[in-house]
Design a protein. Structure first.
Lengths: 199, 292, 804
């Protein structure tokens, strides 16, 4: 079937089997090979891409489900050819990788974290990358990279993404009577429930 | 590891979705797909049609009603996790959600999907059973409510009829002034399926006496269960009494044994975690009463 | 020659790792990223049974499906290729990429299906009908020793692949003289390195050029030699492309069976053919498991905790074919006494076949299980003597002034300062405070323990274990090479001749060449030619590349420097001895005149008339380097194994809730001495990553087979790799004891964490439960096993109290 996907801010079209995952479509049809197949059953995180800014396993999504979203792959993070984002550069600074196979997914998870949280704690970082398995590094230099990137982003005089609510332990806002629409998530909370009241 | 071929349909309405299910007895619903797709990839599930309900209008969202918080079936777990409404009105679910998979799976996985998948160790079903949530199922005949305890009937098995769709979960909200919750889970790694999980919600009165108590255990048997610890209601939830009551209630649990945890382990730890959950929920309730 | 640390410009400095740039951008080039026009895809038909005769294979229904090109059986393949090498003299343990007539483990490849896409190949593989006659099977090593056990290879006559007894020194005498003895058994569970990238290979045969092009996720010595041998084609008809990034290996990326399979198919079908293992194929039939070993250990010691002698029997469950399993019992002979002055050792190495998947080389090549056994022995000696485990280690350590130290099994350890490293760790961690913290945890109702492990990391790998275990093998050469070319405009390109799987070899080569030539490393290009354009390499095995590739680059750069001096001196009109090289220029020492890089390059490339007599034009040098100390074949069961020996000292605090049983690592400190560090980032990463890997082996990871011979842990849902939640923050304490055998004093560093963490973490758990009278002597130590054992021990104690 024909799918039209927005990938790295470009509309891409492919003719794929229904069973083809977003991962295979990105890699084979769009030649975006930065997302990697590690387990193909949703555990390792090497295939992570951002869907509307949120890290998602591209092996657990079919291409035919992915229309209408803004999909960001690792290829979409570098500001220009040969130029690294602050987070990518931080991973180089601390050597937050070895073989590089998990690295694109790891960086996208870190990117999503730092878009919504400018001063993450070590625990926040650990949680944010916990779905990305790295077999080489033992995570130490990856965590250092994210801490380093957060520091540089805080100090940089550049506009940041709009902060979204904190993930992890809930921080309760007593003023909030209902859910405000949330950035970065497709379905904002809807007040119009289908079955208002008891069925 | 590629799925067997299937047809993909994305109905525009609920009734079209029901019709699509009725048209193919090997059809399956997909919403977030976070547990279904691995099964497809390993060819452990081989539906011939996938009916994608994730964009059906009206199935996503969180709303407060009189005595319940209603969460649409296709509400992403991350939305519930970050919801101020869930945090304030359904703190037990808020406490459980960080234990569901890991962040990327919560970004796609849905509240209803976790329930419909009915993994015995899944966290959201445990909260539903513990709080006696009402599962709203719709088929062509319209919505029908079903108590959570009737909904979950075995490992990966629910009472949803073949052409029915879980559309929402109505979690009762306790309106008592002092409500506390606790959620505990033991797994090999944080994001793994629970060997044992325990969810407790306690309401206490001005004197600190327990007026309501709900305690559920997941991961131990073939489905989440609510324990009968009613004899603790009306007491001060003295630690020793709690431990006794929970031990007694867990001693009859059917426990499964596998590579990662023995049945003995599951039963023993259910008793320990259950008691801790009650005590921690009590402490949480006490904090809430102490001049917040 | 050795350089003094203070003279380094780039070596040991915290420079970035050049490979990282392409990886962070998603521009690594892995085998799955290599697309060859017209390539076909393979899926495998796995054996349903652990042992069966294959009566028939019917591929007709599969072949009839649209898009399906071929169904290959083992019978056909065995007629077209030679069996895979195993290195032992076991001619009747034959191994082919597909099972031939007889399947020997559940999941073994029975047939290969070739189709236009991988998905179609999987669809078709389901349609291949295999008729089996089920045979008896076995999965346990001890059963395999029983002569009446069902033979995995009937023609071989038994399940024993290797049973070799070594006695080094006066073991019986030392045991008789020693006042105290103890005996124990520990078991190392079957785990592996499990890289996140599975193995993959694409082969393309060109019949007009008679050339087989291969792109693979490979880390393997003599890969093309083995391909050519199996396919019966000249090695100069095999071109392995080495500009392929390997997504992790740590030893196991040796898919020779995969490669022979797709190469045969490519020749048969005249199309490029690709096989990328999926995770199920990787886990159950990629033949990349690690050692699974039972150790029976006897120790002779005295009341002071001084260990005199050791008897060790290691029984390894090889799986269905020899693979690299037997040799992984051989390599630990090079460090069989660990860092201790144990005077004599008896070692029995037994390797047996069972109906399980095959082993491949795994990080440490068998050393990690052996270290676990040795360190457990030292802990037990400390416990028996009522001594502190750190103190017992200090008493047994080889002393700094005793190096080079000859161990009983024939290896000289190069250098070390074990006492200082241990002392530094103890000072860093504040051992008394750590013990107080443990006691505080215990008082609060937790179980808490401290684990200590010392370990040696033999490095600079060669293959001395092969002639040691197989007299017919007379290989002593185990080389690596580098080439440097300075082109006409004066730019420097270094070629290295192997693939890398995250070790940063491009950074290593550039750093070393820049150090010698005193030029900016960032301006040096490092490339990897294909194997036909390459000099000899034995790939990054045995923690060897800092020593061997670093050494080859150093010597090549020295040759280049000498050529610069020769050319420059001639131009300056002085003898080469009277000239010197300085930051790219040649200087007349007496007169002070300089001739700069650009001019030297110009002379070499364009002004032959100005070159000294007998000088080759251009600026190209190569160096092929032999392993230091690799000069002799084994004699009387003794051999110099590896040249260099790094040292690590691990100290771990573990706490656990006695009711729950889940161990939490509260503190992890490692003292680390790998001699001169070439790139601190890389060494740090290797150390931390190895520890994470070792934690996995201790607590989480195991390939488990059920009673039916089926593997239970085929996916990442059951084979559990540590995530960021499971790996603690690790503190590293550095020390540098240079090796006298290497150019900068460097040693290897790729294995240390995995070698020491299992002993340290299991030791901490055993310290935590020691008061309950229980021990855990089998890895991995699962949460429920701890909790169940603690509950049983407490019940027993309660009963005793009540009856008392």
């Amino acid at each position: 079937m024909k799918v039209e996907l927005r990938v790295n801010q470009t509309l891409r079209v492919a003719d794929v089997e229904e069973r083809k995952t977003l991962l295979d479509t990105l890699r084979e049809d769009f030649k975006l090979t930065g997302a990697h197949a590690g387990c193909e059953h949703g555990v390792c995180g090497a295939c992570t891409v951002l869907v509307d800014g949120a890290p998602v396993r591209s092996c657990l999504m079919f291409a035919c489900q992915a229309d209408g979203y803004e999909i960001t792959t690792i290829e979409g993070l570098a500001p220009a050819p040969g130029e690294l984002s602050v987070i990518q550069d931080a991973f180089c600074e601390t050597h937050g990788m070895q073989c590089g196979f998990c690295t694109p997914g790891m960086i996208l998870s870190a990117h999503a974290l730092l878009e919504r949280e400018d001063s993450p704690t070590r625990e926040d970082i650990v949680e944010a990358i916990s779905g990305n398995i790295c077999r080489c590094t033992g995570y130490g230099q990856i965590i250092e990279a994210v801490e380093f990137a957060a520091d540089r982003l805080r100090k940089a005089n550049t506009p940041r993404g709009i902060p979204a609510p904190h993930i992890g332990a809930p921080r309760i806002d007593p003023e909030a009577g209902h859910d405000a629409p949330e950035e970065g998530i497709l379905e904002a909370a809807a007040a119009d429930m289908p079955h208002g009241g008891k069925p | 590891m590629k799925p067997a071929p299937f047809r993909y349909v994305r109905p525009a309405t609920l009734s079209e979705a029901c019709a699509a299910l009725a048209a193919d007895e090997d059809a399956r619903i997909i919403a977030g797909g976070q547990t279904l797709v691995p099964m497809l990839a390993m060819r452990l599930a081989r539906p011939t049609t996938l009916v994608d309900i994730s964009r059906l209008p009206g199935l996503s969202g969180i709303a407060r009603e009189e005595d319940a918080l209603v969460i649409g079936a296709t509400t992403r777990q991350v939305l519930a996790e970050r919801s101020a409404l869930v945090a304030s009105d359904l703190p037990l679910l808020a406490a459980a959600l960080p234990w569901v998979g890991h962040p990327p799976t919560r970004n796609r996985g849905t509240v209803g999907g976790s329930c419909a998948n009915a993994d015995p160790s899944a966290e959201i079903p445990l909260v539903a059973v513990t709080l006696e949530a009402e599962m709203v199922i719709e088929d062509e005949g319209g919505p029908m409510p079903m108590p959570a305890d009737d909904f979950f009937i075995g490992p990966m098995l629910t009472s949803v009829p073949p052409t029915g769709i879980l559309t929402a979960v109505r979690f009762p909200v306790w309106d008592d002034a002092r409500v506390g919750v606790a959620f505990h889970e033991i797994s090999a790694r944080k994001s793994d399926f629970a060997f044992v999980s325990a969810a407790a919600q306690v309401a206490i009165d001005e004197e600190g006496r327990c007026v309501k108590l709900a305690l559920g255990i997941g991961g131990v048997g073939d489905r989440p269960v609510k324990l009968d610890v009613s004899r603790l209601v009306g007491t001060q939830l003295d630690a020793a009494a709690v431990a006794d009551a929970v031990r007694e209630a867990t001693s009859v649990l059917e426990a499964t044994s596998d590579l990662h945890a023995s049945a003995d382990y599951r039963r023993r730890v259910a008793s320990v975690l259950g008691a801790r959950a009650v005590s921690d929920a009590l402490a949480d309730a006490q904090v809430k009463g102490s001049g917040r | 020659m050795s350089a003094k640390p203070s003279q380094f410009r780039f070596v040991s400095s915290n420079r970035r790792v050049r490979e990282d740039r392409r990886f962070v951008a998603g521009h690594g080039r892995y085998v799955a990223d290599v697309v060859v026009e017209g390539m076909l895809h393979v899926a495998l038909v796995p054996s349903r049974y652990p042992a069966a005769r294959i009566i028939s294979i019917d591929g007709a229904a599969a072949l009839a499906m649209p898009g399906v090109h071929y169904v290959l059986t083992g019978e056909e393949l065995a007629g077209g290729v030679d069996q895979l090498m195993n290195g032992l003299e076991t001619p009747n343990v034959k191994r082919y990429p597909l099972a031939v007539g007889h399947t020997r483990y559940a999941g073994e490849w029975i047939a290969a299906v070739v189709a236009d896409t991988r998905a179609l190949a999987e669809d078709a593989a389901e349609k291949v009908r295999v008729e089996y006659e089920v045979l008896p099977y076995l999965t346990k090593a001890e059963e395999a020793l029983d002569p009446s056990s069902p033979p995995v290879h009937p023609a071989h006559g038994s399940n024993v692949l290797l049973d070799k007894q070594f006695v080094w020194g006066e073991v019986d005498k030392h045991f008789a003289e020693s006042p105290r003895h103890l005996s124990f058994r520990v078991t190392w569970g079957r785990n592996s390195t499990v890289p996140i990238e599975t193995f993959g290979v694409t082969a393309s045969w060109d019949p007009w050029r008679e050339m087989l092009d291969v792109w693979a996720s490979i880390q393997m010595p003599k890969y093309s030699d083995q391909i050519s041998r199996a396919l019966r084609i000249p090695t100069n008809s095999v071109r392995v492309h080495q500009d392929v990034d390997v997504g992790g290996s740590y030893g196991v990326k040796r898919g020779i069976k995969h490669t022979v399979l797709v190469s045969y198919l490519s020749r048969r079908l005249n199309r490029p053919v690709r096989l990328l293992e999926d995770r199920l194929e990787n886990m159950r039939s990629g033949d990349a498991h690690g050692p699974e070993r039972i150790f029976d250990v006897d120790i002779a010691f005295n009341d002071e905790g001084i260990v005199k002698s050791m008897k060790m029997r290691a029984l390894d469950n090889a799986g269905a074919y020899a693979g690299r399993a037997p040799f992984q019992l051989g390599k630990p002979i090079g460090a069989i006494v660990g860092p201790y002055k144990i005077e004599s050792v008896a070692y029995r190495a037994q390797s047996v076949t069972t109906n399980k998947a095959v082993q491949e080389a795994v990080r440490g090549f068998g050393q990690s299980p052996t270290n676990y056994a040795i360190e457990t022995a030292i802990n037990k000696v400390a416990q028996a003597c009522g001594l502190d485990p750190v103190e017992v280690r200090r008493r047994n350590f080889i002393r700094k002034e005793e190096f080079p130290y000859l161990i009983p099994s024939g290896t000289h350890y190069d250098s070390g300062d074990y006492h200082t490293v241990a002392d530094k760790v103890m000072a860093h961690v504040d051992y008394d405070a750590l013990k107080a913290e443990r006691d505080r945890l215990r008082a609060s109702g937790m179980l808490a323990g401290i684990g200590i492990a010392a370990c040696l990391e033999p490095s600079g790998g060669n293959s001395s274990f092969e002639p040691l275990l197989n007299e017919k093998n007379t290989t002593t050469t185990w080389m690596d090479s580098a080439r440097i070319n300075v082109d006409g405009p004066g730019f420097v390109t270094v070629t290295i001749h192997t693939t890398s799987s995250g070790q940063g070899h491009e950074t290593l080569a550039a750093t070393v060449v820049a150090e010698v030539l005193q030029i900016d490393p960032d301006r040096i290009r490092v490339v990897r030619p294909d194997t036909l354009a390459s000099l000899p390499s034995n790939s990054p095995v045995g923690s060897r590349m800092a020593i061997m590739l670093g050494g080859a680059c150093f010597h090549a750069a020295e040759k280049l420097k000498a050529k610069f001096i020769k050319i420059g001196a001639h131009q300056l009109g002085v003898a080469p001895e009277d000239a010197t090289y300085d930051t790219g220029a040649v200087i007349d020492v007496a007169g002070g005149k300089r001739i700069e890089w650009a001019d030297l390059v110009n002379l070499a490339h364009r002004q032959f008339h100005l070159l000294p007599p007998d000088t080759e034009p251009g600026l190209e040098v190569t160096h092929v380097m032999q392993v230091p100390t690799g000069t002799k074949l084994p004699e009387n069961g003794r051999v110099q194994m590896y040249p260099c020996h790094s040292f690590e000292f691990h100290c771990v605090l573990v706490a656990l809730d006695p009711d729950i049983g889940k161990p939490e690592i509260r503190r992890y400190v490692i003292g680390h001495d790998c001699g001169t560090v070439i790139n601190p980032h890389i060494v740090k990463g290797m150390t931390l990553g190895g520890i994470a890997h070792g934690i996995g082996a201790t607590l989480l990871e195991e390939f488990v087979y059920d009673d039916e011979g089926q593997m239970l842990t085929q996916s990442f849902m059951d084979y559990l790799l540590p995530s960021s939640h499971e790996v603690p923050e690790v503190e590293i304490v550095h020390h540098v004891t240079p090796s006298p055998f290497t150019v900068f004093g460097q040693k290897g560093s790729g294995e240390s964490g995995y070698l020491g963490a299992p002993a340290a973490v299991s030791g901490a758990i055993n310290d935590a439960v020691a008061d309950l009278g229980i021990t855990f002597d089998k890895l991995p130590i699962r949460i429920y096993a701890i909790s169940d054992a603690v509950a049983a021990a407490r019940a027993k104690l309660n009963q005793e109290k009540q009856s008392a």
